[in-house]
Structure formats: structure tokens, C-alpha cells
Design a protein around this ligand. Structure first.
Ligand SMILES: Cc1cc2nc3c(=O)[nH]c(=O)nc-3n(C[C@H](O)[C@H](O)[C@H](O)COP(=O)(O)O)c2cc1C
Length: 192
């Protein structure tokens, strides 16, 4: 592993996303994935609504996922070329493990949907940090499939949205750090 997780804060300082297309095995086994998801759902949640769901796509279901994505893509874009279809297949097959994260806001709640969506994002962030803490690398992707109603219907209901496809695995090589925002640009003291 290329991750320095010698202290809890170092864990957070060193987390970075992996490119799902570059991930190799091992991914988390069933017990490890359970522990990662148990951490994901331990998240701030105004109103205790649990406005998120996680759907595990097993390794033996990746071909079915590829069929779902390519069928949905062709239905929406009948003129789709071979490269676009291959991109859908690659998306479905990449990385050892996949969890589809859904934003599942509770309709009619006095808690604004915005806050429920924030909780969903926080849960995915917990998932990524828990994966890192477990020695794996994660990647949070959306892309065309996340905004397809047909794909959404295969994982959830019309009231839900795909918040992300979260791929998990091991890095195939040392991961490069990306430029991070300048601290002073994004953090300041209030000057009133
Ligand atoms: C909601 C959301 C959707 C994303 N979708 C994509 C995506 O479809 N493709 C992609 O390359 N990166 C996507 N990203 C960015 C990566 O998940 C990741 O943030 C980026 O590679 C930087 O990695 P870092 O976590 O090390 O900062 C998305 C991020 C978020 C928050």
C-alpha cells in the first residue's frame, strides 16, 4: 500500500482518490466492505432521516451492469458509436469493488432537501475515508450514468438520485498528488 495512515489526522491528510480504471485487486472483501459502509452511514444527518442508500454491485454482476448501461445509453442516444458503447462497458467493469450511492431525500420532511443531500455527500466522504483507513483506494464518479433515469430506476426509485458510483480497490502504482487549493484562498478569519 502507498498510504500513510500512521495517525488519524495523517489518514485524512493523505487520502486521495484513485482513478477507478487504474485500480487492481485486492478490493475489500465482504467483511471489510461491511465495515467501510458501517462507517459511511455514521454521518451527520439533520432529523435522523438516513437520506441515503448504498447498493453493492457484486463482481459477478458487472456484466449485467454493463448491459444496463449500454442499453440505457443506446435508448437515449440511438446514434451512439462503438467508442461510446465501449466507454460504458469499461465504466461498468473497472475496479474490483463498486458501491452505488443514492441520495434518498425524505419527501415532506421539514428538513430541507439541500441538507439531506449534504448528508449524502458526507456519507460518501466517510466511505472514501473508511476505505483509505482500511488500506484501499476509492474513486467517486458520476458521469452520464449517474444522470440516466433508466440507470437510476435499476438502483432506486424515481424520488432518488445517484450521488455517485464509488469504486474501490488497490492502486496499481504510486498515486500522484493533485494540486490542492491554496489554504489562504479557501480559509479565512471572519473580518467584521
Ligand atoms: C459529486 C462528484 C462527482 C464526481 N464525478 C467525477 C467523474 O465523473 N469523473 C472524474 O474523473 N472525477 C469525478 N469526481 C472527482 C473525483 O471523485 C475526485 O474528487 C478527483 O479525482 C480528485 O481526487 P481527490 O479526492 O484526491 O481530491 C467527482 C467528484 C464529486 C464530488
Amino acid at each position: 500500500m502507498f498510504n500513510d495512515i500512521s495517525s488519524p489526522l495523517a489518514l485524512l491528510h493523505t487520502r486521495r482518490s484513485g482513478k477507478p480504471r487504474d485500480m487492481i485487486g485486492p478490493g475489500p472483501d465482504a467483511d471489510q466492505l461491511h465495515a467501510i459502509l458501517a462507517a459511511a452511514i455514521r454521518v451527520p444527518d439533520h432529523g435522523k432521516l438516513a437520506p441515503w442508500r448504498f447498493v453493492i454491485v457484486r463482481a459477478d454482476q458487472r456484466a449485467a451492469l454493463a448491459g444496463l448501461l449500454t442499453d440505457a445509453y443506446r435508448a437515449e442516444k440511438p446514434e451512439a458509436g462503438r467508442l461510446e458503447i465501449e466507454a460504458m462497458e469499461q465504466f461498468a467493469h473497472q475496479a474490483p469493488s463498486l458501491v452505488v450511492a443514492l441520495s434518498s431525500p425524505v419527501a415532506g420532511s421539514k428538513i430541507p432537501v439541500w441538507e439531506q443531500e449534504l448528508s449524502a455527500g458526507a456519507a460518501i466522504m466517510n466511505l472514501l475515508n473508511a476505505a483509505h483507513a482500511s488500506g484501499f483506494v476509492g474513486g467517486w464518479l458520476t458521469g452520464w450514468a449517474a444522470y440516466s433515469d433508466a440507470v437510476r430506476d435499476a438502483f432506486g426509485t424515481a424520488d432518488e438520485r445517484i450521488a455517485g458510483f464509488v469504486f474501490l480497490g488497490s492502486p496499481s502504482r504510486e498515486m500522484e498528488e493533485r494540486p490542492r487549493p491554496d489554504f489562504e484562498t479557501v480559509v479565512r478569519e471572519w473580518t467584521k
